[in-house]
Design a protein around this ligand. Structure first.
Ligand code: NAD
Ligand code: MG
Length: 330
């Protein structure tokens, strides 16, 4: 069974006297930097000249160019997008990696695919939150946190595990649990949910919306029945808390339960297993990593086109109208 660490297994004193350099102040960078500071850590932010930098200044951080922040940091958190990490590492971080420092990743991509190979004298750590940055911050402020995967890829100082656990505690993660999972498994599992689970759910919503509207259902009513009411989110949250079947038993009427179980084999047919294996193969053999890095090098042409198509979809306009009509709790 996977080893899980909690607050009593970690000590914030392991961060004493060390400066944490948060490189990148985006979705994860901002949340982690704010939590670290509130937990008493010494934080500097490294960011290029952009709107994220301005936000870090507004939030009261000392903000430096990335190479200078990397030079100041004993613990260096690399929180820029995965596809640009190689370039940022070569230009700004490698020269700053004196022995005894730690390089910390929130996702194993650059390490798993060999884009970054830190020197022997440096601790290589994984602190990978399982939820977006918004929740890393919001749950911390509510006295809780989000679960993380942690790993020690290389222990140069003999303090690597203590260091990553102290960081996990400082962002609130050991309040709920920090699970030991290798860089490789974290990377592959993270991509798996991005290549199977989320496209499955999001595409099902979009396609169902299109057909329901074509079949004459009122667009707002159709959207309400899909993700518009927040029900899908709530029931999945409950499934995470009490288990899938227990959630269905306690929240669903017999008619609803019957429908769910009876139609399951038709909507996810046996052949889906083959598809899942194919998706895993493309992750493990590096095909997807190569595709993503090429996409980044060309300036994300496909990503931009797919994003534009999504924005232009009639679903987006209906969502805006429904948001006016139905006031979900924030
Ligand atoms: P993001 O897209 O929010 O990153 C934006 C930040 O990166 C900004 O500070 C920006 O200035 C900087 N940046 C962008 N391009 C740059 C470049 N070429 N050079 C220098 N700086 C650049 O990133 P994110 O979603 O927070 O992801 C950061 C890391 O966290 C990734 O490894 C990601 O896999 C991991 N992660 C993210 C989430 C999430 O909530 N999005 C969850 C778990 C793990
Ligand atoms: Mg990811």
């Amino acid at each position: 069974m996977a080893r899980v660490y909690y607050d009593q297994d970690a000590d914030l004193a392991d961060l004493a006297g060390e400066t944490v350099a948060v490189l990148g102040y985006g979705i994860q960078g901002r949340a982690q930097a704010l939590n670290l500071r509130d937990s008493g850590a010494t934080v500097v932010v490294g960011n290029r000249e952009d709107a994220y930098r301005a936000q870090a200044v507004t939030d009261g951080f000392e903000v430096l160019p990335i190479p200078e922040a990397a030079a100041r940091g004993d613990l260096i958190l690399l929180l820029v997008p995965d596809e640009v990490q190689g370039e940022v590492y070569e230009q700004a971080i490698r020269p700053a990696l004196a022995p005894g420092k730690a390089l910390v990743f929130a996702h194993g991509f650059a390490v798993r695919y060999g884009v970054i190979r830190p020197p022997e004298g440096v601790d290589l750590l994984l602190l990978a939150p399982r939820l977006p940055g918004k929740y890393v911050r919001d749950l911390y402020l509510r006295g809780s946190g989000v679960p993380v995967y942690v790993d020690v890829g290389h222990d140069a100082t003999g303090r690597a595990r203590r260091r990553v656990l102290a960081l996990a505690k400082a962002i609130g993660a050991t309040r709920v649990g920090a699970m030991e999972v290798s860089f490789a498994q974290e990377t592959e599992l993270d991509h798996f949910s991005e290549h199977f689970l989320y496209p499955l759910i999001f595409t099902a919503l979009r396609v169902a919306y299109e057909v329901l509207v074509e079949e004459g259902y009122d667009p707002e009513a159709a959207l309400m029945e899909l993700h518009g009411s927040g029900e899908v989110g709530e029931v999945l949250l409950e499934a995470g808390r009490v288990g899938l079947d227990r959630m269905i038993e306690t929240l669903a009427s017999p008619a609803c339960q019957y429908g769910i179980y009876a139609y399951a084999p038709r909507v996810v047919p046996e052949g889906t297993r083959r598809l899942i294996r194919e998706i895993l193969r493309e992750i493990r053999d590096g095909s997807f990593a190569r595709e993503l890095l090429a996409e980044q090098r060309q300036g994300y042409p496909r990503l931009r086109a797919m994003r534009e198509a999504a924005r232009a979809h009639p679903l987006a306009a209906t969502e805006a109208r429904l948001r006016e009509l139905i006031r979900l709790p924030r």
